[in-house]
Design a protein around this ligand. Structure first.
Ligand code: AMP
Length: 410
């Protein structure tokens, strides 16, 4: 199958080819005909599968064929990083169609709000938004969504995890009842099905290899204790040919202290966490994307949003508590059928978590031998300040419960 088979209009096809896409990914093959057919859709697909283009392309095709100068599509996403990445994909794919889009998200200063307000008044075709900030524009009366023909919920499970359910329902109350609704989610817990029932009409369902990491990822595990983790990272980054690497840690305290240690070891890295200003976060991501920054250290906030080509190493400094988070973290490498390495550090306390992951992905992860130079490093009895995988969870069993982000800062 090729992109010609979808009968997209010429300008859109030109955009697709200019993005370097030659063959549709499996999810694109399945979803695009359904969406072109005007049907509602629930798609269970992880990032890295090409899911964004799988809904953008048919929506762009519809908008460019109808030539309407109004806000026709709304995409809701959980984080500003994801919203910006979707917006960038629209820019690339729609380059020759004349379709315009606007990313609307919280944070930033009054100027950012004002820019978004002006963008809205310019009658863009597609708005990509985090729910909190969108509501601010809706209630101010600037934004009217009464011409929306397409609503997309991207990473719906994450939006519910972040407490956006009420905001989503409120936004939907501003939309025309007659519309096409597309719901994308990496997981399909009961809450998502309930939401889908409330907002979709006779949806088609698509399931793409749920919770399976991309085949191109070489997954490895090191069994070690906490004092060996940072020395091993230094070794991995020093001795190997990894040009672009992400290190995930469960808490920002670990991110910050690892950043300091790597900096002291002259490793060119940046820490990405919620204490940074939006501008600082964007600058780090941009440098990383442009290959001016080889290493980025971050919490799971990074794992869903970041869409960077050519990441060849993902390191899990600790094992994520939710096995799905593991799939998301390592999904940052080997995107769209390339290859990459994902290395996970496992201490004694994290063994159970590793088992859960292996159960989810339905195979054991190969265990690598620890480099000999690290064997002499002795464990320190009190490991919590550094190992950290449990510190957060013990205080807050469910990390999102009661932790709804303020709308303006999502
Ligand atoms: P996503 O799963 O939407 O986050 O997409 C993952 C990456 O795959 C993005 O960098 C897309 O630009 C890229 N991509 C999407 N569809 C294709 C395709 N058909 N061929 C090659 N790359 C693609």
């Amino acid at each position: 199958m090729t992109f010609h088979d979808f009968n997209f209009n010429e300008q859109l096809l030109e955009g697709v080819l200019s993005m370097g896409y030659t063959t549709p990914t499996p999810i694109q093959e399945k979803t695009i005909p359904i969406i072109l057919n005007g049907e509602d859709l629930i798609a269970c697909a992880q990032t890295g599968t090409g899911k964004t283009a799988s809904y953008l392309l048919p929506v762009l095709n519809y908008i460019s064929n109808t030539h309407k100068h109004q806000i026709s599509a709304l995409v809701l996403a959980p984080t500003r990083e994801l919203a910006q990445q979707i917006d960038q994909q629209v820019e690339g794919l729609a380059y020759f169609t004349g379709i315009s889009s606007l990313a609307v998200f919280g944070g930033g200063d009054g100027m950012a709000y004002e820019q978004q307000r002006r963008g809205i008044q310019n009658n863009v075709n597609i708005i990509i938004a985090t729910p909190g900030r969108l509501i601010a524009h809706l209630t101010s009366g600037v934004l009217k969504l009464n011409h929306i023909t397409h609503l997309v919920l991207d990473e719906a499970d994450r939006m519910l995890d972040m407490g956006f359910q009420d905001d989503i329902m409120r936004i939907i109350s501003y939309l025309p009842k007659k519309r096409q609704t597309l719901l994308f989610s990496a997981t399909m817990p009961g809450r998502i099905r309930t939401l889908a029932k409330a907002i979709l009409t006779d949806p088609q369902q698509i399931n793409i290899a749920i919770s399976q990491p991309a085949a191109g990822i070489d997954q490895q595990v090191y069994r070690l204790h906490d004092q060996q983790k940072t020395p091993l990272i230094k070794l991995l980054l020093k001795d190997s040919a990894y040009a672009s690497a992400i290190i995930f840690a469960s808490r920002k305290e670990i991110v910050k202290s690892l950043y300091k240690e790597l900096k002291a070891a002259h490793v060119h890295a940046e820490a990405f966490h919620s204490d940074l200003q939006q501008g600082e976060r964007e600058e780090i991501l941009l440098k990383f994307k442009n290959k001016l920054l080889p290493v980025i250290i971050g919490t799971d906030a990074l794992s869903r949003g970041i869409d960077v080509e050519g990441i060849d190493l993902v390191v899990n400094y600790d094992v994520p508590g939710d096995p799905e988070d593991y799939v998301h973290r390592i999904g940052r490498t080997a995107r769209a059928a390339t290859t990459g390495t994902a290395i996970t550090f496992v201490n004694d306390r994290d063994l159970k978590r590793l088992k859960n992951i292996e159960q989810l992905i339905d195979r054991p992860i190969s265990q690598k031998e620890l480099p000999e130079v690290l064997a002499g490093i002795q464990p320190v009895k009190q490991e919590r300040p550094h190992g950290g995988a449990y510190g957060d969870k013990r205080r807050r069993p469910n990390r999102y419960k009661g932790n709804k982000p303020k709308p303006a800062s999502n």
